[in-house]
Write a protein that binds this ligand. Structure first.
Ligand SMILES: CCCCCCCCCCCCCC(=O)SCCNC(=O)CCNC(=O)[C@H](O)C(C)(C)COP(=O)(O)OP(=O)(O)OC[C@H]1O[C@@H](n2cnc3c(N)ncnc32)[C@H](O)[C@@H]1OP(=O)(O)O
Ligand SMILES: CCCCCCCC/C=C\CCCCCCCC(=O)OC[C@@H](O)COP(=O)(O)O
Length: 252
């Protein structure tokens, strides 16, 4: 019998190895099929990553996928718990959707390369000015190139079973481009994944894609309200999916 700490370390190392090796094998395929950095590569990446769940005994129960079927661009916002989220992301990711990620991810070897090839938009979280400039650029190109953008509005991983306060970047982006916000909520991982307790077993993740929130006619003055509204809806959904109905009642 392995100690829980060793067992946890082995499973996480295996996950990282799987990411590194799959990225190294998938990158040449992306280059051959699509010739370089393009969101079309995400279809290939998605196909590969969707097999990962079987190695870890993870199951996804997805509801509301029809809410992704909006004409044209949209901002998708979701909760961010762990590096494992990448599997949940790929499980539901619609076509022609790029993610916003921290620029440090570019320097993770083959994983950085695959993320680059997939069209991920890199932002420097240490510089608000440059992050805002990148986001403003994205607001312009998402309409011309007809892509959706996936943002983790908490801005960092958070495995507490609750949400961190939302950063407003995603909502500024939605208002600037006048496109809807589509919230996606993943149930809490705490029952099967907790790095502090060396816990990483098999488990079920409930995912819900919520109805789009329109932003037509909203201005920058409305961004705070939009952010709050989205936060409250997602927090209630998180508690409901994770089986804490009492907390959901408290927050409403
Ligand atoms: C095999 C392997 C395959 C791998 C596949 C992998 C897939 C890849 C997956 C990748 C997954 C990767 C996952 C990841 O990496 S998650 C980490 C990276 N992602 C994020 O951080 C996204 C969320 N963050 C934000 O949206 C932030 O707001 C940004 C980053 C934009 C700025 O943050 P910062 O902390 O610097 O500043 P602040 O938020 O305090 O804002 C300051 C003020 O500025 C205002 N403001 C903000 N924005 C705008 C704007 N656009 N126009 C006008 N104003 C704007 C804002 O209202 C506020 O003003 P006020 O309201 O206080 O007055
Ligand atoms: C060949 C050299 C290989 C170098 C080692 C590469 C190791 C890569 C390990 C695992 C890859 C996991 C998949 C990456 C995508 C997940 C994105 C992610 O979850 O990033 C964290 C970021 O959202 C928030 O960062 P912080 O919580 O603020 O920090």
């Amino acid at each position: 019998e392995l100690s829980p700490a060793v067992n946890f370390a082995l499973r996480i190392s295996f996950y990282c190895l799987l990411c590194v090796v799959s990225s190294a094998l998938t990158a040449p395929v992306c280059l051959l099929v699509n010739g370089g950095r393009t969101v079309k590569n995400m279809r290939i990446i998605k196909t590969v990553v969707k097999t990962f769940k079987y190695f870890f005994g993870l199951r996804f129960e997805v509801k509301g996928l029809e809410n992704f079927k909006v004409e044209g661009p949209a901002i998708i916002v979701s909760n961010h718990q762990s590096i494992l989220d990448m599997m949940g992301l790929m499980e539901v990711l619609p076509d022609d959707c790029v993610q916003v990620g921290k620029k440090e991810l570019m320097y993770t070897g083959s994983v950085g390369l695959i993320i680059y090839l997939g069209g991920v938009i890199f932002i420097n979280r240490k510089s608000t000015t440059s992050a805002k400039m990148v986001m403003a650029e994205v607001a312009k190109t998402m309409t011309t190139e007809n892509v959706k953008v996936w943002v983790y509005p908490e801005g960092t991983r958070n495995c507490t079973g609750d949400l961190l306060p939302f950063k407003k970047g995603a909502f500024h982006l939605a208002v600037q481009a006048q496109v809807p916000v589509i919230p996606v909520v993943y149930s809490s991982f705490t029952t099967f994944y907790n790095p502090k307790k060396n816990l990483f077993t098999s488990g079920k993740i409930k995912v819900e894609v919520l109805p789009p929130i329109e932003t037509k006619g909203l201005t920058s003055d409305d961004v705070s309200d939009l952010t709050d509204r989205c936060f409250r809806t997602m927090r209630e959904t998180l508690f409901r999916l994770s089986g804490h109905p009492s907390e959901a009642k408290e927050s409403s």
